[in-house]
Design a protein around this ligand. Structure first.
Ligand code: OAD
Length: 246
């Protein structure tokens, strides 16, 4: 840990953090693959694919409406706040997140690279020309499900990336560029979903000092230079305190 803190103390250090669902666990947002993970109780292919939406948009929207309702009641936790503070402290800071919950933004991290979109955004299912590619809508009316596109009156869909869908190439480019850094810290991800997990190896190959913060082992544990076994909401404030003490 001292090695890491010393590196973070260096002038103009380029820091990139990659987050997954574990960073929001302490806020009450369910993870996907843990004991109470969403994919234990729900089948992704029935709820998180374009085929599922085409088949039963009402069912898919009911699931997303439930998740939006649940996330709206959650607050950013200490891990989100440390990351937000680092985004102001380190001039070359980048955050890549797989989370769609918007808690990093609510904690005050600007310019988050949201690999999997946002649950607070929507897009036109038919991709009508008048609608923007995606737009933020926290007040979608669920009086009619699926909710309607204000432009073409067709259905709108959640602004998240589903299984089998291609990530926005511009977002992937930004994330790849962010992997070129001095310190790369992966927090709260099972590191099995690509391309996200690939950025850990990419960062290492580009010469970054790589760190994993997770209470459990992941496929990335053997790749990184430093493993910190613990919860994001305790490890990150501890790191921040050590950084402040030096
Ligand atoms: P997962 O649910 O796969 O993994 C969550 C990780 O967080 C696990 O490795 C846990 O050990 C760890 N964890 C749990 N509590 C933690 C805590 N308090 N602090 C730190 N870590 C903790 O979630 P992701 O890796 O984010 O994709 O999943 C990746 C993608 O798979 C998601 O973005 C989603 C999902 O299917 C899409 O929906 C496209």
């Amino acid at each position: 840990m001292k090695d890491l803190v010393d590196r973070l103390k260096q002038q103009d250090v380029r820091v990139t953090v990659l987050t997954g669902a574990g960073v929001s666990a302490a806020s009450g947002v369910p993870t996907f693959r843990g004991a109470d993970g969403l994919w234990r109780n729900f089948r992704p292919e029935a709820l998180a694919t374009a085929e599922a939406f085409g088949r039963d948009p009402k069912l898919v929207w009911e699931w997303y409406a439930w998740r939006r309702f649940r996330i709206a009641a959650c607050e950013p936790n200490a891990a989100h706040h440390v990351i937000a503070e680092w985004s102001r402290r380190f001039p070359n800071f980048k955050l890549i997140s797989q989370n769609v919950d918007g808690l990093h933004e609510r904690a005050g991290t600007a310019n988050t690279i949201n690999l999997h979109g946002s649950i607070w955004e929507v897009s036109c299912w038919q991709g009508c020309v008048k609608a923007p590619k995606r737009w933020r809508d926290e007040t979608v009316s669920f009086s009619e499900i699926p909710p309607r596109c204000p432009h073409c009156k067709g259905p709108i869909r959640p602004g998240v990336v589903w299984f089998g869908e291609t990530l926005d190439p511009g977002v992937v480019r930004q994330a790849s560029a962010a992997a070129d850094c001095d310190v790369f810290i992966t927090v709260g991800t099972s590191a099995i979903v690509y391309p996200a997990a690939g950025f850990i190896t990419a960062a290492k190959q580009k010469g970054a000092f790589t760190v994993e913060i997770n209470p459990e082992a992941t496929p990335a544990s053997n790749t990184v230079d430093l493993v910190v076994r613990g919860a994001a909401e305790t490890v990150l404030p501890d790191m921040a305190a050590r950084l402040a003490a030096l």
